[in-house]
Design a protein around this ligand. Structure first.
Ligand code: STR
Length: 508
């Protein structure tokens, strides 16, 4: 019986083994594949996916393909080809395929991050990008909002002086407040029970999304009960209730002459679309309340999870590299001192801190394979033909760890982003795209960079960051979900004597 089955599989494999010549002269070289299951049996099952894809480049080159169930996927692991996909042919490759888990999360492809390219995605992306112009100057200036929250964060952390703490929880609360101010023009008190609920559902979504789930490969499996899908559904339901309630409350307060948040912008667009002279316009069907909720949920999730995780990575790398930590602190002491808070223009002086942030984004990118793209039309990458509907994955990990571009890529070396005199920041290689690029580039890059800089500068100005009582260093291995998370760890924060002294002098 088994012999027969093996023989059958081998015969089938022979006929279905991708033969590039048959497939049309130039499709990227493919991993072996079997009928129905595709290349699944030939994909490494252990270790991190982005690392496995990177290793496969040794055998298959910088661009190759595999089949998963019914679709072909192309993996790109070189900066020149990646730039062609993301920037030069950004429009052609701006599609997203609808997989079951992401479809649950985005309410069938609504919102921005997981929406397929089209009028709805374009409009919501434009409105979300436009929101940042509300926070350019005046009372609502983004930098001031962030500084206020960071100051509150530091005040809170000072109450944990000398204790072992998991930094990510308090940081998460502050980042939620910043994103709430942008989305709703409101913030939460640290003890508000809603914050805990938000932390739970965001973490729940993130953890269930990253699990290896066959459902995304074989969509028809969804007819069987599936624990992961149940878990996502449960968390999405709580999320929609919590955000829905806030949206409802804020909507009642809406005044068209004072637009001050992403929600206001979305409501205004919705009203304009509905009150169009010629009756509801085309836009009104893509600006329903559920569309608004989906966009807010995207910005919320993206704004919170990413920055919180990067702060944890930076602190972990500083603990592993105490010399860098010391030098960054000296830089802060010399350029800012202890009598004022850091601001964003200090970025031109705190070069080692800025280089450290850039290096962490290189060595542990937030999204090591970005979010898969899809070809909207028949097009090409380099010399290869890519048929419409093909999934294209950019392996950012491969770009950031290319030995030809980066000297000792696995080593943490912030100084690679500085010129030899250490007086200027440099871009040492084009093989670096921590925020992606092109029409799908991260919307929150400017926000993230300000948050990371101001949080790290303020923390290091005020505290010494040390190992916890058990002396355990955080693991730098990481846990790649949709966001490349770091395993939870504890640290000890101690208010710096020099800072205390300066505060004392001030109050005299
Ligand atoms: C985090 C968990 C959550 O509650 C909602 C979202 C939706 C948007 C996602 C976000 C997630 C994870 C990080 C993403 C973001 C959109 C862009 C961002 C994937 C799943 C990145 O590309 C890093």
């Amino acid at each position: 019986m088994w012999e027969l089955l093996s023989l059958l599989l081998l015969t089938l494999a022979y006929f279905f083994w991708p033969k590039s010549k048959i497939f049309g002269a130039k499709f990227p070289k493919s991993l072996p594949s079997l009928p129905l299951v595709g290349s699944l049996p030939f994909l490494p099952r252990h270790g991190h996916m982005h690392v496995n894809f990177f290793k496969l480049q040794e055998k298959y080159g910088p661009i190759y393909s595999f089949r998963m169930g019914p679709t072909s996927t192309v993996i790109v692991g070189h900066q020149q080809l990646a730039r062609e996909v993301l920037i030069k042919k950004g429009k052609e490759f701006s599609g997203r395929s609808q997989v079951e888990t992401l479809s649950l999360l985005s309410n069938k492809g609504k919102g921005i991050a997981f929406a397929d390219s089209g009028a709805q995605w374009q409009l919501h992306r434009k409105l979300a990008l436009g929101t940042f112009s509300l926070f350019r100057d005046g009372d609502q200036k983004l930098e001031n909002l962030i500084c206020r929250e960071v100051n509150a964060l530091c005040d809170f952390l000072a109450t944990c002086n000398g204790e072992d703490v998991d930094l990510s929880a308090p940081v998460f609360m502050s980042i939620i407040n910043i994103i709430s101010l942008i989305c709703f023009n409101m913030s939460f008190k640290r003890e508000d029970p809603k914050l805990k609920i938000m932390k739970n559902f965001t973490e729940g979504i993130l953890h269930s999304l990253g699990k290896e789930t066959l459902v995304d490969i074989f969509p028809w499996l969804k007819i069987f009960p599936n624990k992961t899908l149940q878990e996502i559904k449960k968390n999405v339901k709580v999320r929609d209730e919590v955000l829905g309630e806030i949206i409802k409350k804020q909507k009642e307060k809406f005044q068209s002459d004072s637009i001050s948040s992403l929600l206001d912008i979305l409501i205004q667009a919705q009203m304009n679309a509905e009150n169009n002279n010629r009756g509801p316009s085309q836009d009104s069907s893509i600006l329903s309340d559920t569309h608004i909720l989906a966009t807010i949920a995207d910005i919320f999730g993206a704004g919170v999870e990413t920055t919180t995780s990067v702060v944890s990575w930076i602190v972990a790398f500083l603990l592993h590299n105490p010399q860098v930590k010391k030098e960054v602190q000296e830089e802060i002491d010399q350029n800012i001192g202890f009598n004022r808070m850091p601001n964003f223009s200090d970025r031109t002086h705190l070069l080692l801190l800025e280089a450290t942030i850039r290096e962490v984004l290189r060595i542990r990118p937030v999204a090591p394979v970005l979010i898969p793209h899809k070809a909207n039309t028949n097009c090409s990458i380099g010399e290869f033909k890519i048929p419409k509907g093909t999934q294209v994955i950019i392996n950012l990990w491969a770009l950031h760890h290319n030995e030809k571009e980066w000297h000792q890529p696995d080593k943490f070396m912030p100084e690679r982003f500085l010129d030899p005199t250490k007086r200027q920041l440099i871009t040492p290689s084009l093989s670096y795209l921590p925020f992606g690029a092109g029409p799908r580039a991260c919307i929150g890059e400017a926000l993230a960079r300000q948050e990371l800089f101001l949080i790290m500068a303020s923390l290091l100005q005020r505290f010494d960051i040390e190992l916890p009582d058990d002396g355990k260093l955080p693991s730098l291995e990481g846990d790649p979900k949709v966001v490349f998370l770091i395993d939870p760890y504890k640290i000890k924060l101690k208010v710096r004597p020099a800072w205390k002294e300066a505060q004392g002098e001030e109050s005299i």
